[in-house]
Design a protein around this ligand. Structure first.
Ligand code: ADP
Length: 485
């Protein structure tokens, strides 16, 4: 049997063409890593108008056809534009009506028809190109209908033999709308709108739920999250459905792009450093960070970074509750993020109240993120839930000790420090309580101020952890091998 697998990725965003979150990173990095492991990968994306012109102009026309979509018999244009880069083939589905108005997501009224169209057009395009993959790897609710289409409307077409994997990057978004609308736009037969597949609460259809039913394997982005989403607290209403399908549910953590995140070559740092020069390197970067952000300049400060969307998911209530207790004359807090008004205002307030010790950068700024990862001693990630989380991985790579809540991917990637064995990668707490967060930060501070030798060892241990995509890509590849064509 061949050990090579061909895989079509279907999803709604992919760096560098269009990215709004972690999904965009995975759609970029995983195919790249898989091609290095003897997989033949094609990525299928919508051709949004917002994709920068420098990519659009290099796309090559691969063909066009018309496809029926809704129950009304009207046919819709599907163009295929191709871009090949780094061994990966990107096929963009072109249609002005659905993708012509800019951003990937606007509101559900537009997004539901858009992704009903996209899933179907992606499969039709594979048939049209006569590129029949062994595996179709779908991502999040936007590609949720793909496994459903495949086993119904496309069952007797060439693509009908492919096996499907559906990856959940964030269960919070599921593509839910009333049944008549989704039935109209998808043209799917009535029987898929039953309560074991698309139907939810008797009235609505849930595109992700349908995909979970019809796919061959479900994955999510960490083992712990795979378990958590089977409980009511994290299950976003789908916990029972996921428990029912738990036999085909797996968790694989994400990696990060270790070329993009490399402290030894990072041009945005005041002084690049590697594992052997990290102790002096971080000191220089801390100085530069303090200077640039108007913080009190002192090498002995314990600098805590927080790089995050400012939303409920990230537990900023807990951070706000303890911030005054963190500031003790030896500690500085640097925040970078945008999001909910109430968190933005709170952090602005703290910056004013603790001038020189708190700096709130209410903005999205990649360059500043690099500086903060390099210049901080610790990075705070206290999330309420975190499917995988990338910031703790980046922090480790930059020798910045993560302080995290034990949930999802944070729990799987940050082994807590044990003072008796002098081993571990960071500091953790379990329940969602500000006192426990404060305790974790204080444990970090205690080690930093009273046992710097052990702290420095942890910094180097963190930098030594393999956070690349390679290991995860291997696990995905063995899943592909498990699914016999
Ligand atoms: P999520 O996908 O839930 O936002 P992740 O931890 O998976 O969280 O990914 C967050 C990514 O976005 C990281 O690469 C982080 O560095 C980056 N990021 C978040 N906020 C900002 C910001 N304000 N400026 C620059 N980069 C940011």
């Amino acid at each position: 049997m061949s050990t090579r697998r061909s895989v079509a990725f279907i999803g709604s965003e992919c760096y560098p063409f269009v990215k709004t979150g972690g999904l965009g990173d995975v759609m970029y990095a995983l195919p790249k890593a898989l091609t290095k492991q003897n997989c033949d990968v094609k990525v299928i994306l919508p051709r949004y108008k917002c994709i920068p012109w420098k990519y659009q102009e290099k796309m090559v026309y691969r063909g066009e056809f018309h496809m029926d979509l809704c129950a009304d018999g009207r046919t819709y244009y599907v163009g295929i534009m191709e871009y090949v880069w780094d061994g990966v083939v990107y096929d963009f589905i072109d249609n002005e009506e659905f993708f012509g108005f800019g951003n990937p997501y606007t509101n559900l009224v537009d997004d539901i028809p858009k992704f009903c169209f996209f899933g179907k057009a992606a499969l039709a395009a594979l048939n049209y190109l006569n590129w029949i993959p062994d595996i179709i790897h779908c991502h999040d609710w936007q590609a949720g209908l793909v496994p459903v289409y495949l086993r119904t409307l496309f069952a007797d077409t060439p693509i009908g033999n492919a096996r499907t994997i559906l990856t959940i990057h964030n269960l919070r978004f599921q593509g839910v709308y009333n049944i008549p609308t989704i039935q109209y736009w998808s043209g799917l037969p009535g029987y898929v709108f039953n309560k074991d597949a698309l139907m939810q609460n008797w009235l609505d259809a849930n595109m992700l739920k349908g995909g979970l039913t019809y796919c061959d394997l479900i994955t999510t982005v960490s083992n712990t999250y795979a378990g958590e989403i089977q409980t009511p607290f994290y299950g976003e209403g789908l916990d029972a459905h996921l428990r029912y399908h738990s036999g085909k549910l797996r968790g694989i953590v994400n990696g990060i792009d270790v070329d993009l995140w490399n402290s030894a070559t990072d041009a945005r740092l005041a002084e690049p450093y590697d594992i052997s020069s990290v102790l002096t390197g971080k000191k220089e970067n801390k100085r530069a960070l303090q200077e640039q952000l108007g913080l009190v300049q002192d090498d002995h400060m314990f600098v805590i970074g927080l790089i995050s969307r400012l939303t409920d998911q990230k537990s900023l209530d807990l951070v706000n509750a303890i911030l005054p207790q963190l500031i003790d004359g030896h500690t500085q807090v640097v925040v970078l993020g945008t999001g909910d008004e109430r968190y933005e205002s709170a952090f602005r307030y703290y910056e004013g109240a603790y001038k020189g010790y708190v700096c709130s950068n209410i903005m999205y700024d990649e360059g500043r993120a690099h500086m903060i990862y390099a210049g901080s001693d610790a990075l705070l990630v206290p999330s309420l839930f975190e499917p995988c989380g990338l910031t703790q991985l980046i922090a480790m790579r930059y020798g910045t000790v993560p302080i995290v809540r034990e949930t999802g991917g944070l729990k799987d990637t940050v082994q807590p420090y044990n003072q008796y064995t002098n081993w571990g990668y960071g500091f953790t707490f379990d329940r969602y309580e500000s006192g426990l967060l404060l305790d974790a930060v204080n444990r970090a501070k205690t080690l930093y101020f009273t046992n710097r030798w052990c702290w420095d060892e942890m910094v180097q241990r963190d930098m030594d952890v393999d956070v690349s995509w390679e290991k995860s890509a291997e696990q995905y590849r063995s899943l592909y091998m498990e699914l016999k064509p």
